[in-house]
Design a protein around this ligand. Structure first.
Ligand code: C5P
Length: 212
C-alpha cells in the first residue's frame, strides 16, 4: 500500500493485517528510525557505521517509539529518504520481512511510498491510497491535537505539502502508483468505508488467484 503523507495507509494496513493475519510493516517508521539516529548525533550528519549498528538492533517494538513521530525526526526522515545508500540498507530489511514473515503470519502487508514499485513489485495486491491535501492535513492535525502536540492546521498542511513534493520529485524510488495498483481516493470516505473498499479489492484478487 502506497500513498502520500497522512493518507491513512498506516491505519488501513493495520486493519487489513489484523483481518488476514499478516505481518504489518509501516516502512515510513524505518526511515524515521534512521532519522532518529541522525537526530541524536546533533550535528545531523549521517554516520553509516552507527546506522548499521542500529539496524542490527532493530525490532518491530522499537518502531513504536513515540519519538519517531516528532517534528524534527519527521523532517530528517524526509531528507534522508533521498539517499540511495539509506534506501538500499532499508530495502533489505523490508524485503526480508515482506517475503519471509515469522511463521505466525500468513503473509505480509507493507505501507510506504515505493512498496508496489520497488520493494514488492510482485505483490498480490497493490493499493495506492490518496486524499486531498486539505483532508489529509485536517486528519493529521486532529491526531496531533489528540496527542497533545502544539501546532496549527496551516503548519501541518504546509509540512505535508513539502514532504509530498520531496517524495514525488526525488530521483530514486519517487512516490507514484505502481502501474498495476488500484487507486483509491479516500477524501470523502471514513476509515470504515475505505477498509471495505480495500477489502473488496483483496477478496476479488484472492478469488482470481484461487481460480488460476
Ligand atoms: O510514512 P511516513 O510519513 O511515516 O514516512 C516518513 C518519511 O519517510 C516520508 O516523508 C518519506 O520521505 C519517507 N519514506 C520513503 N519511502 C517509504 C516510506 C517512507 O521515502 N517507503
Amino acid at each position: 500500500m502506497d500513498g502520500p503523507a497522512a493518507s491513512g495507509k498506516h491505519t488501513l494496513a493495520r486493519q487489513i493485517a489484523k483481518k488476514y493475519k499478516l505481518l504489518h510493516l509501516d516502512s515510513g517508521k524505518l526511515y524515521r528510525y534512521f532519522a532518529l539516529q541522525v537526530y541524536q548525533t546533533k550535528g545531523q550528519k549521517v554516520n553509516y557505521t552507527k546506522l548499521k549498528q542500529a539496524l542490527k538492533k532493530l525490532t518491530l517494538k522499537k518502531l513504536k517509539d513515540k519519538r519517531l513521530t516528532s517534528e524534527p525526526v519527521t523532517k530528517i526522515a524526509s531528507i534522508i529518504s533521498k539517499i540511495k545508500k539509506i534506501r538500499q540498507m532499508l530495502k533489505k530489511v523490508q524485503h526480508d520481512l515482506a517475503y519471509n514473515p515469522p511463521n505466525k503470519f500468513k503473509g505480509s502487508i507493507l505501507d510506504g511510498r515505493d512498496i508496489g514499485t520497488v520493494i514488492m513489485p510482485d505483490a498480490h495486491v497493490k493499493v495506492y491510497l490518496t486524499a486531498s491535501l486539505n483532508v489529509r492535513a485536517a486528519r493529521r492535525y486532529k491526531e496531533y491535537k489528540k496527542m497533545g502536540v502544539k501546532t496549527t492546521l496551516n503548519k501541518v498542511k504546509s509540512d505535508i505539502k513539502k514532504r509530498d513534493y520531496e517524495d514525488t520529485h526525488r530521483k530514486i524510488s519517487s512516490l507514484k502508483p505502481a502501474k498495476d495498483a488500484v487507486l483509491l481516493d479516500s477524501s470523502f470516505y471514513n476509515t470504515r468505508t475505505a477498509f471495505v473498499e480495500i477489502d473488496e479489492v483483496i477478496r476479488k484478487r484472492i478469488k482470481l488467484l484461487n481460480a488460476t
